[in-house]
Structures are given as structure tokens and as C-alpha cells.
Design a protein around this ligand. Sequence first.
Ligand SMILES: Cc1ncc(COP(=O)(O)O)c(C=O)c1O
Length: 447
Amino acid sequence: MNAQLTPASAATNPELDAFWMPFTANRQFKAGPRLLAKAQGMFYWTADGREILDGVAGLWCVNAGHGRREITEAVTRQLTTMEFAPAFQMGHPVAFELANRLAQVAPPGLDRIFFTNSGSESVDTALKIALAYHRARGAGERTRFIGREKGYHGVGFGGMSVGGMVNNRKAFGSSMLPGVDHLPHTLNTEHNAFSRGLPQWGVHLADELERLIALHDASTIAAVIVEPVSGSAGVVLPPLGYLKRLREICDKHGILLIFDEVITGFGRVGKPFASQAFDVTPDLITTAKGLTNGAIPMGAVFSQRKIYDAFMQGPQNSIELFHGYTYSAHPVACAAALATLDIYVKEGLLTRAASLSAHWENAVHSLKGLPHITDLRNYGLIGAVEMEPRPGKPGARAFDVFLKCFERGIMVRQTGDTIAMSPPLIIEPAQIERLVETLGKVIRETA
Ligand SMILES: Cc1ncc(COP(=O)(O)O)c(C=O)c1O
């Protein structure tokens, strides 16, 4: 790709044709590309040299900010020492070191760690562990999963099936996992619009799990999977007490609870994991993104020790879990994750969102009263602005806002008619002001 490519010259540039872009309106993008060429700290620079304040940590992953020298050096060192080592029936020290270090920041008991390469792989891995765990302890009839409407758990067949976003599902209809049911989502602007932090109304929505259990019988259900805070569907927060209630119901019925912390893991909500922020301990946690600060693809599933131990039986030379990826515990990714963890710990980033969250909350809610805004939501360093859709054109208004924000030098995310923000955890108060004020100006100007 020619780094000099400008949006104007690229409109008819065949150089853009070969890349089938993910989750992108390809034709629209290629007619007016937004090309990022460089990043440092809180900023990106476009291919034509414009500075863009990163309001979304890349894609909810660059928690320590861009261009971290320590990560680059660790990756370079590992590449020159040993670029690859198989993790099947072989090992390398960096993987064990990383697992031990992660176990130290994990919620109590979740200290057995399986490595993957992405959030989607973490989710499918956790679902498979849940099935195989029940089988290993003699409850192989527990095969159902319960997800939630508006949930996003990546794009594998497992994650897609337990997910609840219609556009991610409808084209693949008959190929979903069988035996999946969904809880209702917890977004309710009638009761909770403009709540600051967690909404007060809606704990009873967790009781819907009892209804699904009554329908299917607990003995058929392997696991419930939810995001403690969901991002992709436009930031959906758990009502106060909701996650605790889910935990109680799962415990009562012997069902595993999986928290998908692909976006909430590694400091996003003011504690290393949302599980700690909400004081609810699941059986499995799926992660990715912030694990390596986005520098190298990697994911990890954190498992309760009791689950791991249930597999450790039978002849010693038998493989306990027939699952893994060529690049599980890739040495370069492990090195990147270790360097990332060092930064997080040294700079206090796993809890920094907690100290910024009051400032962040005030900034996000300062947008109240602007045209078309129907709700504002915030938690930790996550913010969402929901807008009234244009009649007959869902998503169009927020997409225009997203485009104009990019022109004005800030990067935000758009899903449906919601603008989401999740900046790197190194953001300074003045940059929060700049982000929110620019967004506010754009919203005022957008019909
Ligand atoms: C909660 C959650 N789970 C899973 C995923 C999928 O992660 P990946 O895109 O790395 O496969 C995402 C991605 O945004 C996510 O937000």
C-alpha cells in the first residue's frame, strides 16, 4: 500500500480492491478511505498526516496507549531468540511465566489459563471447556448454552450462536449451534435513560434465567455466557445486582457462568477484570484485546481450578482436552503480553479507570440536552451516546457523526445509532474534554 495514498486519489484506486475488509461497508470505505498510518500515545495519524485523538483504544485493545517501546523491545527480543515453539506436547518458559503472572491479577481461583489468538477463539474455547467439563464429571447431558440478546461473543460458530446481534446471525441462520437459548437484554431507556453508572432498574431480568431453566431443565444446561458490560451492541450495562443474581441462579442449578471480558478485561472498568469490579466470580473468563495492548493477536481463557482439576484424571499419558491452536501461547505473543502486564502494573493502569471515572462520567453526561440524544451511558472508561434514528434510516445519523468526528480529529465507534467511546487508559482529563467537546459539536451540527 502506498503510504502517500490520499482519500481523494484512492477513490478509484484499484489498490484497495483486493482487501475484503471485515465488518466494513467495503464500497463506501473504498470510495472515501480513512487510512491510518502511524500511532503514538493517545493519537493516530492519517496517511495524509492529520492527528486523530483515539477515543476507542484502537478497537478496545490499546489500553496502555500506542507505540509502547517496552512491548516493541520484548517482541523483538523474542523474535530474535525463538520466533516459534509448538505448544502441543512441548513447552517454552515464557508461556508458563505469563500464565503465572496472569493468575496473580485474575479474580481468586481463576488461575488455570488456556491461550488462544483472539476473543472469538477464547469464547469458543470456553464453550468447549464447559461441555467437556460436565462430561468429565459424569454430566455429559449438560449440552445447552444460554446467551443473551444483544450479546457479542465474536464470530466463531459458538460465539455467533450464543451472541444476540441480529446482523451477525441472520445470514448464517441454519448453521447455529443447536440447543442455545437467550436471556433478554438489559437495555431499557424507558426506565434507565441517562443513568449515571449502573442502572437501578432491571435486576429482575436475571430471573428470566429461572424461566429458561424451567423450560429446558437445569440438567441439560452447561453454561450461561454474558458480557459483564457489552460493548459491541452499543454499551449495555448490567443493572445493579443483576450479575450477582445470575451467579446465584447458576450456583443453585450447577450451571457454569462464563464472563466474556474481551473488552472489560485489563482495566477498562477500574479493576483488572469486571468480575472484581462487580464482585461476582464466574467459572470461566474469556479475554483477548488488552492482553497484549493490541500489539500481537492473543487471547486467554481463565478457568476456575476445579474445572481444570476435573480434567486431570485417567492415565497420565492421555491428552485431557482435545483442543488447542497452532499459535496457542505463541512465544512472541507471550512476550508482548508480559511486557504489557509490566506496563499495566508499573503505571497503575489496571485501576486508573476508577480514578478517572467520575470525571469521565461528568464529561459524558455534559452532552445531555443536545439534539437527538436519547440516552447517555457510562461505566469505568466506557461511554455511550444513543441517538434517535432518522426515520426509516437506522444507524445513518450515528454513522454521519462518526464520519464527521474523524474529519474533526477524533476516533469514536458507531454501532446502530449509538456512538461508543473507550479511550486508552492513559487518557488525560484535558483529552477527555477534547474528545467529548468535539463529539458534542459534531452532534449539534448533524441533522
Ligand atoms: C465481548 C467480546 N467477545 C468477543 C469478541 C471477539 O473478539 P475478536 O474480534 O478478537 O475475535 C469481542 C470483540 O469485540 C467482544 O467485544
